[in-house]
Design a protein around this ligand. Structure first.
Ligand code: FAD
Length: 472
């Protein structure tokens, strides 16, 4: 069979070796001749149509070990698929092996210890569903179909960030299969260098088969604040929001978002197509307190629509899902950090946010602060904690022909905003990773050299290179 090597060269591999590999798996080895190949190889971003030669649908750690050994021993190009959401399409590859964890979704609650173990193929929705059995939640992201693996390994921004930090700030341990095929547990006490590196360093160090997280009492109801203001009023509204988030308690995590109201029955017809600035915020404490604390955000001007309401935590987490369907749309998310939203920054930010080339382009300004910023920059591989805001252009569009125009817009917008940035970017919103090592160095800043030496220890041959790649 034809196979692409990790060097990118085309080669062939003895069918007997492939058959031996398949026989070692408890799960299945899928190739182009299988009926479900097209369905299984599909990832979130409709921009990518990658065709791996082999997909190992792993059923557990033993399958992951067999897959890593097969890739290393045969020098095969390999990628890791958690939830398949990464916009760069790094979960898949052309012509190599995809290690697919989508069947590994087991979750085990430890009520006594207040932690939860989740396998590497679980989604945020899977995790929320289980932890809510105990009235608990783990800080994750805001779209339930996102994989916990890629999200956590890059950082993990969600609605609990100001109170409890990023997903990585709540990791207790990971189980990981390293490039030499060894199974290790990394935590503060054991393999602590690896534990430091996986908290932000992405899929560079091995395949994480299980994550152990701290969980917290959240819900079942939380308070959502979501007034939709006319985008044209952004110059008056953003300064009020900035002052609010600076002062708000840790229970409040807030993101200001420019968006276009889609023509769907959930919204009144007269506002369909209106460009809006949504002051979204979630208060994770009591409903009474949440409504009181968030009320000022609803009174900044006259909202076109106001979706503010007490809401079940799991419903909140799935609320944005319909706008991010799998495979049907093209996605390009790119980010930088901002320290402040003063007048010059706001003036530079508004024009492109109000007039995007495609209506569904979302411009998000995530307030950081709180628990995220109380951890030092060198405590984990992740950087950006001391910035007040994460600015991201989340380009979403359906017409493949608009790709060049949209990507050019996003890149130019980011270049404009970098003039106001202390530097850095979020690796999980890194476009297609097209700037290569420069982008990765910018993302990790002072932590890059330490990451590079840990990479050299665990992955000297750079087996895991389809990611925001840290060079050994
Ligand atoms: P995949 O595409 O499966 O994997 C991405 C990369 O992670 C892989 O290439 C691999 O290098 C690595 N990886 C995956 N699984 C493993 C594993 N088990 N072991 C080792 N490495 C692995 N981010 C936020 O912080 N907050 C959000 O609210 C948020 N919302 C999003 C919403 C949408 C619609 C999308 C598309 C993305 C969102 N993101 C968000 C970004 C998200 O964190 C990244 O796309 C992340 O990579 C998704 O993880 P995944 O497992 O689904 O990705």
């Amino acid at each position: 069979m034809e196979i692409i090597l990790k060097s990118g060269e085309k080669s062939s591999i003895d069918q007997e070796l492939v058959n031996d590999f398949a026989a070692k798996l408890g799960g299945v080895l899928i190739s182009a001749s299988d009926d479900n190949y097209d369905e299984v190889r599909q990832i979130w971003n409709g921009m990518h149509d990658k065709k791996p030669a082999l997909i190992a649908q792993c059923s557990g750690v033993a399958d992951v070990v067999a897959s890593v050994n097969f890739a290393r021993e045969n020098d095969v190009l390999v990628s890791i698929r958690g939830g398949g959401h990464n916009v760069a399409g790094s979960a898949s590859n052309d012509g190599g092996l995809m290690i697919d964890l989508s069947q590994m979704k087991g979750i085990r609650l430890n009520a006594e210890k207040g932690t939860v173990y989740a396998q590497g193929g679980a989604t945020l929705g899977d995790l929320d569903r289980e932890t809510q059995v105990l009235g608990m939640a783990v800080p994750g992201g805001v779209v339930s179909t996102t994989g916990i693996a890629g999200l956590t390994l890059g950082g993990g921004f969600g609605w609990l960030r100001k109170k409890y930090g990023l997903s990585i700030d709540n990791l207790v341990s990971v189980d990981i299969v390293t490039p030499d095929g060894k199974f290790l547990t990394a935590c503060e006490k054991d393999n602590s260098d690896l534990f430091w590196a996986v908290r932000g360093g992405g899929g560079n160090f091995g395949v994480v088969t299980s994550f152990e997280y701290k969980m917290y009492p959240v819900g079942p109801m939380v308070t959502l604040c979501a007034p939709f203001y006319p985008a044209e009023e952004a110059d008056k509204i953003l300064p009020v929001w900035t002052a609010f988030v600076d002062e708000s308690p840790d229970e409040v995590s807030s993101t200001a978002m420019f968006w276009t109201i889609p023509p769907v029955p959930d919204f009144p017809q007269e506002v369909h197509g209106r460009r809006v600035l949504i002051l979204s915020a979630v208060h994770c404490g009591s409903i009474e307190e949440g409504q009181r604390v968030l009320q000022p955000l609803r009174e900044v001007s006259t909202p076109l629509v106001d979706l503010s309401t007490p809401i079940p935590w799991t419903m909140l987490q799935g609320m944005f899902d319909p706008f991010f369907p799998k495979g049907e749309q093209l996605y390009y998310f790119k980010s930088t950090y901002l320290n402040k939203l003063d007048s010059p920054t706001i003036n530079a930010l508004i024009p492109k946010a109000v007039h995007p080339p495609q209506p569904m382009i979302l411009i998000a300004i995530w307030h950081i602060g709180g628990a995220v910023s109380r951890i030092s920059e060198d405590a984990t591989a992740f950087t950006g904690r001391q910035s007040n805001f994460l600015f991201s252009v989340d380009a979403i569009w359906a017409d493949a022909g608009a790709k060049d125009e949209v990507i050019t817009y996003a890149r130019e917008y980011l270049a404009d905003m970098k003039a106001f940035s202390p530097g850095g970017l979020y690796v999980n919103f890194a476009g297609l990773g097209e700037e290569g090592v420069d982008l990765v160095k910018e993302a990790y800043g002072k932590n890059y050299d330490r990451l590079s030496s840990i990479k050299a220890k665990y992955d000297p041959g750079n087996l895991f290179r389809l990611n925001q790649n840290i060079k050994p």
